[in-house]
Design a protein around this ligand. Structure first.
Ligand SMILES: [Zn+2]
Length: 175
């Protein structure tokens, strides 16, 4: 089966031969893991579209193993190019369930390029939509006011506990 949907490219890693492994947050299927064949070949027209931060109209084919193959893509718009955008893409990749559509999350993500900047309120709203308790959250260690969210462990921490935990700022979202 082949589907046409909209998606935000979250990550792209080079796979074997000229293939690439992608994570895309899609309107119709939520976060999907997809391969794209021969993406690094110069002749691949797909290559320039399937880049992290790009919103694309993408044609997906379902594979037997539960994964997907991206067979066509066209850029629609993109996230502002910045460190905070990259952090945001990583955040969405870590926190959203695979193959589970969520139109509210999709609409929120889709509104960000026009907004231009991703702030604490956006993170809290998305964490709330995902049922991870953004606004009601307290520090996992002391119950204090939250300053950081660690996507990898899905926990919130206050400033003090965060620094005491020796977690890296690179792994955390400041909210
Ligand atoms: Zn704390």
């Amino acid at each position: 089966m082949e589907y046409l949907t909209l998606g935000l490219v979250l990550s792209r890693e080079e796979g074997k031969e000229a293939d690439a492994n992608l994570h895309v947050y899609t309107r119709d299927f939520g976060r999907v893991s997809a391969v794209s064949r021969s993406l690094r070949k110069i002749t691949s027209k797909l290559s320039g579209h399937l880049l992290p931060g790009n919103f694309v109209s993408v044609r997906l084919v379902e594979r037997n193993n539960g994964g997907w193959q991206a067979v066509d893509a066209m850029s629609v718009k993109r996230m502002p190019v910045s460190q905070s955008s990259l952090r945001f893409l990583e955040f969405i990749k870590e926190t959203t369930p695979q193959n589970e559509a969520d139109l509210k999350v999709w609409n929120k993500i889709g509104s960000l390029p026009e907004k231009g900047k991703i702030d604490r309120g956006d993170y809290v709203e998305i964490l709330d939509l995902l049922g991870l308790g953004g606004s009601a959250a307290r520090c996992a260690h002391c119950g204090g006011e939250v300053s950081y969210f660690l996507p990898k462990d899905v926990i919130f921490m206050c400033r003090q506990c965060f620094f005491r935990s020796l977690s890296s700022e690179d792994e955390a979202v400041h909210i």
